[in-house]
Design a protein around this ligand. Structure first.
Ligand code: GLN
Length: 203
């Protein structure tokens, strides 16, 4: 079974660990850059989740010990799923206010885009995932205002993308780990499995 790392510097990482446990996946909480790669520079995990929380605070932790540089390399080779603050960290272009990022996912994202009165909200809407409409929990959510040509939109809210995929990268502006529906995590595990089979073809 694949081993999935969850960046555990700050934010909603425990909820991801719980939902992955129900899917019988091995998880590892990632707190230092050396947990990403082996001494031989191979990835130590098959996939990574960057959780929701506060992206500015996460960046503060990442700016120590070369963590940001390691993670920037990592997300370019290993399937990574960013939720909310995690999506902000993956984005090429961050606004309101602008902020540095891993610049791996070709989207523009506007932080805290729904204003104070809509601090959090729960919607159920159809998506491109198989099955019923999906419950989506938004908390101080960002808004994806531009997607590059390689980016596929899998779900929207008011015509703005809320779940997107580009190659091995998946990002949600909502919190699939806070609902009871495992489909978004299952989709991510599919990306991880596909990557594993591509890797085994190479060797
Ligand atoms: N507002 C947060 C940020 O800008 C994201 C909110 C969340 O992850 N729930 O980082």
């Amino acid at each position: 079974p694949p081993a999935i790392g969850i960046l555990a510097l700050q934010g909603a990482y425990e909820a991801h660990a719980k939902i992955l446990a129900t899917l019988e996946v091995t998880t590892r909480l990632i707190r230092t850059p050396d947990q990403l790669f082996t001494p031989e520079c191979h990835p130590s995990i098959d996939g990574l989740i960057i959780p929701g929380g506060e992206s500015t605070t996460m960046l503060k932790f990442l700016e120590r010990n070369g963590f940001l540089e390691s993670l920037t390399t990592f997300v370019r080779t290993v399937p990574t799923f960013g939720t909310c603050a995690g999506a902000i960290l993956l984005a090429n272009d961050v606004q309101n206010p602008p902020q540095i990022s891993l610049a791996a996912l070709d989207i523009t994202i506007e932080r805290n885009a729904y204003g104070r009165q809509l601090h959090s909200t729960i919607l159920t809407a159809p998506t491109k995932l198989p099955g019923a409409p999906l419950e989506m929990v938004f908390i101080r959510a960002p808004r994806i205002t531009r997607t590059g040509p390689q980016v596929e939109t899998l779900a929207t809210r008011d015509d703005f993308p809320v779940l997107v995929r580009q190659g091995n990268l998946l990002a949600a502006t909502f919190h699939p780990e806070l609902g009871h529906d495992p489909r978004v995590h299952e989709l991510f595990l599919q990306l991880v499995q596909n990557q594993l089979s591509v890797d085994s073809l190479r060797t």
